[in-house]
Design a protein around this ligand. Structure first.
Ligand code: 1HN
Length: 348
């Protein structure tokens, strides 16, 4: 027998249980457990031709020293006030001018730098500096001291802009943020440039090295090498119908992701490429390195050009096409989804 409870009494009842810190699950069950992901993050693009001047103008507004990090946060329009590009990841464009230092600090958030424009600036991690060139992918592992610098104009310094990718929203969600400033502006240089790459960047490792860290011991992945790999594979002619030629960056000592929370990729699309539609539960941020084309993200369609940044939220269908030979860098929260058995891909 069905008992009909009077609807009118529900509101009163809800108010009453609210005063005891309770709420009726049956009113929110569908929203709490949707049948498919319902991302609040929206597809969006930041065209470099439109934001470059604004980034450069930041150089006249504040120094790197005063700002600590002179960054324009790229905030997803669907996540206002959250300083987030996706629910788990942050993106920003950082500018460092000749002669400047961004002082040393460390935090539990992992960071990547993807060099957009300019060369010759350096970043230091674990006592080693690495020089930046466009297209280089550089890692700042969690809880490592890091400072950035740029040679003076007399020493050939030029403005350098890079895309910062961090797991800030994820770490905030976990209430696991710790940060400290280093007592000096820069950490001491303890090793010559190229030391880590010599130890781990040639399919070799120091003889008694045992991988124990969840972050790659290589902290700079030069574009020159990445581009060469893509070029060789392109000549081999094997194209994935969805991805073109797509490689993931690895921690060479484990074969796993370079960082525990962020996956990074580089892909090549030949001229005229029209990719098949794809979706996955990792939300991905792209940065165009070379070429022009178009990305369809659900109902949105964006043309892209070098240095543009665009975002594809979880489970939203995406299709890439290239008008000219294109190279795209991307990063996502895939390691997190993978580790939690929440990664789903749809390549139908
Ligand atoms: C940070 O430490 C850097 O070290 C860049 O360059 C962006 C955004 C939020 C928190 C820390 C950097 C950051 C950041």
């Amino acid at each position: 027998m069905t008992v009909n409870h009077p609807v009118a009494s529900r509101a009163t009842y809800y108010e009453k249980i609210a005063r005891s810190g309770m709420a009726p699950l049956w009113e929110s069950l569908h929203t709490l457990v949707p049948k498919t992901p319902q991302p609040k993050a929206l597809p969006a693009i930041w065209r470099y031709s439109q934001v470059r001047d604004l980034v450069m103008q930041a150089g006249a507004v504040i120094s790197a020293e005063e700002a600590v990090r002179r960054v324009l946060v790229l905030e997803n329009p669907g996540l206002p006030g959250k300083s987030s590009m996706t629910p788990n990841l942050y993106a920003g464009l950082q500018l460092i001018l000749p002669g400047e230092i961004a002082p040393s600090h460390r935090h539990t958030q992992s960071a990547l730098r993807f060099i957009v424009e300019g060369k010759g600036a350096w970043t230091a991690v674990n006592g080693e500096r690495t020089t930046m060139h466009p297209g280089d992918f550089i890692i700042t592992p969690s809880w490592t001291w890091h400072d950035h610098g740029n040679p003076s104009i007399e020493d050939g310094g030029e403005p350098v802009v890079w895309l910062d990718g961090l797991d800030i929203p994820l770490v905030a969600q976990m209430d696991a943020s710790f940060a400290e400033n280093y007592p000096e502006a820069t950490q001491p240089v303890a090793r010559p440039e190229g030391h880590s790459f010599a130890r781990f960047g040639h399919n070799m490792a120091p003889v008694r090295y045992c991988a124990s860290d969840s972050t790659s011991p290589i902290f700079s992945y030069p574009y020159e090498r990445t581009r060469e790999a893509l070029e060789t594979l392109r000549r081999g002619g094997e194209l994935d119908e969805w991805d073109g030629v797509k490689l993931r960056y690895v921690n060479p000592t484990t074969g796993s992701w370079p960082m525990p929370t962020i996956a990074t990729f580089m892909q090549y699309l030949p001229r005229g490429f029209e990719g098949r539609t794809y979706r996955s539960t990792d939300a991905t941020v792209y940065c165009v390195v070379e070429g022009t084309g178009c990305v369809k993200i659900d109902k949105d369609e964006f043309t892209f050009a070098p240095h543009d940044v665009f975002v594809v939220p979880s489970w939203v269908p995406v299709q890439l096409s290239a008008s000219t030979e294109s190279v795209l860098f991307s990063y996502s929260d895939r390691p997190v989804l993978d580790a939690l058995n929440l990664l789903r891909e749809d390549r139908s």
